[in-house]
Design a protein around this ligand. Structure first.
Ligand code: KIV
Length: 516
């Protein structure tokens, strides 16, 4: 494709992303993220808003000094001290940029700036002119452009170009635009701005109506050749356009978009996780491209398709995005036999037909009670179902717990064991459940490690049934236990005995359990 078809990727994770409520990057985090952005091969990194604090100015300066490759930009209001502060920070960069913004909508000008159009026009001219004296790479953004009078946007854009702006960014500041409308507006710029050909058009879309990616792509279709966004879509309010979505949409649909990007998709997963860790903002599981579920298949029909040919239900290759493990078959109650078989294959488990049927039946039972049957559950099921059933070795006769906000929890348990013998013992613990499990260990003379304990309510109200699921481990073998009762301490005791009895059954039959 011709170079005029290249879309420049402008990352603003460190500026708009940092404007997310609750995020504040340290200097080191900014430098680390900026380095990762350079590996992602973005074209421009907006590293911060230097006038906002001495710390941010220092952070932008550090990024400018240390990160080579992309253009390093800083944001400035249309005021000389802001422009000077940006220059102080970005002058160290290989290629520095000053990004000046000023509101152009009536509501912002009247209510926030208390200025009329002439004042705003004058401010824009002066600030861009000052920036252009420092560097030839100047970006201008008429803030809230999509709620502004288009005629005024055309005029202020023309003025900014006359003063030296080389990139004109059209922000949908409050995520108000509809894609078709936004595309038409971007397309109208060259017709109404005489010097538009002297600058690159950029788009910057917020996600208030969930349309940031759609609007960004519409802007590109309308002629924009720079697109702004953030990793994981973090940003002010509902966030910004998600760069990984834009990059992958362009790469996945070149037939429709007719443009290209230079970004390296193999870095997408790593940088997404880095930003998630540094920002403390968890990526939602169903987030496009980088969410935990983005390449996980749960329903039987989809699993069957993907196992036959990945492309039946995947439009992108997770390996290309650096996603560890690639496509995954997730076992849930909607999964099919083909999916179960593939997980067993992956775990190296080769049951006979008869065993497979038993594993399948037990799997459905567990899947009905749990959202997801993971590999640990599966190995526990297999361990159990490849044994021949025997009677429970131990049953619960009594559990009694003493617990208070002060003092040590104590539990007494009475169990009926092999040959109907009743045994009773007591133990203290760090909590009531721990005390119960210690007492059971004493009675049964066992010593298992509790590796997982979870409790969930299976009915509602004060008499709700609590369902306890546990896993215990001994000699690298995991056994799962489950029990429900209106008293969760009783359920906890029964769940433990359930797992314990399975382990005893496995040992007694001396059949090889599946190791993990
Ligand atoms: O949303 C917005 O308008 C901005 C500009 C500064 C580009 O962030």
């Amino acid at each position: 494709m011709a170079d005029s078809d290249k879309v420049y990727i402008f990352d603003t994770t460190l500026r708009d992303g940092e404007q997310s409520a609750g995020i504040g990057f340290t200097v080191d985090e900014k430098v680390e993220i900026a380095r990762a952005l350079a590996r992602l091969n973005v074209d421009i990194i907006e590293a911060g808003f230097p006038i906002s604090s001495p710390g941010d100015l220092a952070a932008v300066a550090e990024v400018a000094k240390q990160v080579k490759g992309p253009v390093i930009a800083g944001l400035a209001r249309a005021a000389f001290p802001d422009v000077d502060a940006v220059w102080e920070a970005v002058q160290h960069a290989e290629t520095p940029r000053i990004h000046v913004f000023l509101s152009s909508s009536e509501i912002h000008m009247a209510q926030q700036l208390h200025k009329n159009r002439e004042d705003v026009m004058e401010m824009a001219r002066a600030a861009v002119n000052r920036a252009a004296r420092y560097t030839s790479d100047v970006e201008f953004s008429p803030m809230d452009a999509t709620r502004s009078d288009p005629e005024f946007v055309y005029q202020i854009v023309q003025a900014a170009i006359e003063e030296g702006a080389t990139t004109i960014n059209i922000p949908d500041t409050v995520g108000y635009a509809i894609p078709e409308e936004f595309e038409a507006f971007i397309r109208s710029l060259p017709e109404h701005v005489p010097d538009m050909h002297k600058a690159r058009i950029s788009v910057h879309c917020q996600n208030d109506l969930g349309m940031a990616t759609a609007n960004s792509l519409a802007g590109i279709l309308g002629g924009a050749r720079q697109v702004e966004g953030t990793i994981n879509g973090i940003g002010e309010r509902a966030g910004n356009a998600s760069l990984e979505e834009i990059i992958m949409a362009i790469r996945t649909r070149p037939d429709f978009m007719n443009v290209h990007v230079d970004a390296n998709p193999a870095e997408i997963y790593n940088i997404s996780r880095l930003v998630e860790r540094s920002s403390g903002m968890a990526v939602q599981p169903h987030k496009a491209i980088v969410g935990k579920n983005a390449f996980r298949h749960s329903s039987g029909i989809h699993q069957d398709g993907v196992l036959k040919m990945r492309e039946t239900y995947e439009i992108m290759d997770p390996d290309e995005l650096g996603i560890p493990g690639g496509s995954t078959i997730v076992l849930t109650k909607t999964s099919g036999r083909h999916g179960l078989q593939s997980r067993l294959d992956a775990l190296g488990i080769k049951p006979s037909d008869e065993e497979f049927q038993r594993i399948w039946d037990a799997f459905l039972e567990v899947a009905d009670a749990k959202d997801e049957v993971d590999d640990r559950d599966l190995t526990a099921i297999v361990a159990e179902q490849t044994q021949i059933k025997i009677e429970d070795a131990w049953t619960l006769d009594l559990v009694q717990v003493s617990s208070s906000d002060h003092g040590t929890p104590t539990a007494t348990v009475r169990l009926i064991g092999p040959e109907g013998v009743t045994k009773e013992d007591a133990a203290i613990g760090t909590g009531p459940v721990d005390a119960i499990y210690r007492a059971i260990s004493r009675v049964t003379d066992t010593n298992y490690e509790l590796t997982e304990f979870s409790v969930k309510s299976v009915t509602e109200g004060i008499d709700a049934q609590g369902e306890v699921t546990i896993r215990i481990e001994a000699n690298n073998v995991i056994y799962q236990g489950r029990a429900a009762d209106t008293d969760i301490l009783v359920a906890s005791a029964r769940a433990y005995l359930h797992a314990l009895n399975r382990s005893i059954a496995a040992a007694e039959r001396q059949r090889e359990a599946v190791t993990v």
